[in-house]
Ligand binder design. Structure first.
Ligand code: ADP
Length: 485
């Protein structure tokens, strides 16, 4: 099986979000299973100065953009230990910029041109390289035009007849552009209709990808169902409903080389499910570091993430006065919307014994919180997959989550299937409100006092396998199914 994976970002090259983690780890896990895989990325300017072994293939790629021939060059890189090649499409005018998609002031105005160029360049490069993949796996709006070009133009597809899978990592980002950009795309106007590329008189790249791909998946089964409804579909629920028979969900994996308390080099003491004493040391160290009372019996709750409405900080804000009356401590790490910066700083100032806040991006601190906290709170309004609840499970840090998307697929409430059932690994609440959050936390705090039961719940989570190898196995199953069709 030959798989070509296309993304706009990937670790260790460039990262702005979870997509980069997937695009870095999934091809590696596929290669480890013996699959012939290659990854395509844009060559951003910042990569030229990075310490990465990237060399030109000398291959020039020409793409007509609105009547002008735009030329790019194909580069190649091999990440040691990865076992697959990475091809990078260089085009200085488009990709030698400070940001990937925009600046702090907003998106680049020519993103439609930049990423449609990238999509066509990838198809042209595959043709020139003589690579004919069985599976072309594209991701999010930036590469969603690949299926559109491959299916609408025999020339763009060359001799290839791949099956095309589109993975949607977050429906909130669709690549919507003014109709005036359409002529730059080199597509016949017949495709600009409400069933294909048009969305309220705009061009919608993600919609095009959803329509023209052979199959679509998101990063959890629950999110795949949710996005067929108006509450989560971001306007594309109708298209997704039409494609329901080829819409799948596969939960992302965790890189256990980086996130595992038995070997984590960023935490003060290592530990495992057979000996949790190191976790006690991590908790004491975290309490000290955060300026909270060092007390083993006070439950410590961690929160890490973008401070955005998506992450449920609105209901957390409504619940916080109630929480501050309970015997607990809260540690929050995150950056994002100013209103949450102000709110959290205010609560921490008024409750310095109970709440500590760090408004930065700090990976090492994220590890120390995962290791030192007793519980991890993730009240996201919606969550395509979510990673922190998976890290928490491995670290014996019991997740308390809103039952949505990937959180619903990975966290099984203590009370479901009979109290303390073997499948349980945390606490979850279905309604989205401050009261629901309070109720779930109250139940968690109650169990925390029953030390033996709590420990059993911790260990159940620590033993679970949310590795990339498991996810890669599911992707291979999906690829095989597509190839048989
Ligand atoms: P999303 O991709 O929606 O932001 P995820 O839970 O899928 O949410 O992944 C977020 C990732 O970014 C996690 O690895 C999390 O630990 C990390 N992260 C988010 N905010 C911070 C921060 N302020 N400091 C350190 N790591 C962070």
């Amino acid at each position: 099986m030959k798989v070509v994976f296309v993304s706009s970002e990937a670790v260790p090259f460039v990262k702005t979000g979870g997509l980069a983690d997937v695009a870095g780890a999934l091809p590696r896990a596929l290669a480890a299973r013996g699959i012939d895989v290659a990854l395509f990325l844009p060559l951003y300017g910042r990569l030229r100065s990075a310490d990465l072994d990237i060399g030109s293939t000398g291959m020039r790629i020409r793409v007509p953009v609105g009547g002008v021939q735009v030329t790019g060059t194909l580069y190649r890189s091999e990440v040691s230990g990865n076992g697959f090649p990475v091809y990078l499409v260089s085009q200085n005018d488009y990709f030698d910029r400070d940001g990937l998609y925009g600046t702090g002031d907003g998106d680049y105005p020519d993103n439609a041109e930049r990423f449609s160029f990238f999509c066509r360049a990838v198809l042209a490069a595959l043709d020139r390289l003589g690579v004919s993949p069985d599976i072309l796996h594209v991701n999010d709006w930036q590469t969603a035009m690949i299926p559109v070009y491959a299916r609408t133009s025999a020339k763009a597809a060359g001799k290839m007849r791949p099956r095309i899978l589109l993975t949607v990592h977050n429906m909130a980002y669709q690549g919507r552009f003014p109709v005036e950009t359409y002529p730059l795309l080199g597509l016949d106007w017949q495709y600009f209709n409400w069933r294909e590329l048009e969305f309220y008189n705009m061009v919608n790249f993600l919609k095009g990808g959803l329509v023209f791909s052979d199959a679509v998946n998101t990063v959890s089964k629950r999110y795949a169902e949710e996005i067929t409804t108006p509450a989560f579909g971001e306007g594309l629920e109708g298209v997704l409903k039409d494609r329901r028979d080829v819409l799948f969900g596969i939960v992302n994996g965790v890189d256990y080389q980086v996130w595992d308390p038995t070997s984590d080099i960023l935490i003060p003491a290592n530990y495992s499910f057979s000996d949790l004493s190191g976790k006690k040391a991590c908790k004491a160290a975290l309490q000290r570091e955060m300026g909270l009372a060092v007390d083993a019996s006070t439950p410590l709750i961690g929160m890490i993430g973008r401070l955005a409405d998506q992450k449920g900080f609105d209901i957390f804000a409504d619940a916080v006065a109630y929480l501050m009356q309970m015997k607990l401590q809260v540690v929050v790490l995150g950056t994002g919307q100013q209103r949450y910066h102000r709110l959290l700083t205010g609560v921490a100032a008024a409750n310095s014994q109970k709440m500590a806040v760090r408004l930065t991006f700090d990976n090492a601190l994220a590890h120390r919180i995962e290791a030192g906290a007793d519980m991890f709170l993730m009240p996201s309004r919606f969550e395509p997959c979510g990673l922190n609840q998976l890290y928490s499970l491995r670290y014996g840090t019991v997740p308390v989550v809103h039952a949505t998307g990937g959180l619903a697929d990975t966290v099984v409430d203590y009370a479901s299937g009979g109290r303390g059932s073997a499948a349980a690994n945390g606490f979850s609440f279905s309604g989205y409100g401050a009261f629901d959050l309070q109720d779930a936390l109250r139940r968690a705090l109650g169990l925390y006092r029953r030390r033996d039961r709590w420990r059993r719940l911790q260990i159940a989570g620590m033993k679970q396998d949310w590795s990339w190898d498991r996810s890669a196995g599911e992707y291979v199953g999906l690829y095989e199914m597509l190839m048989e069709r």
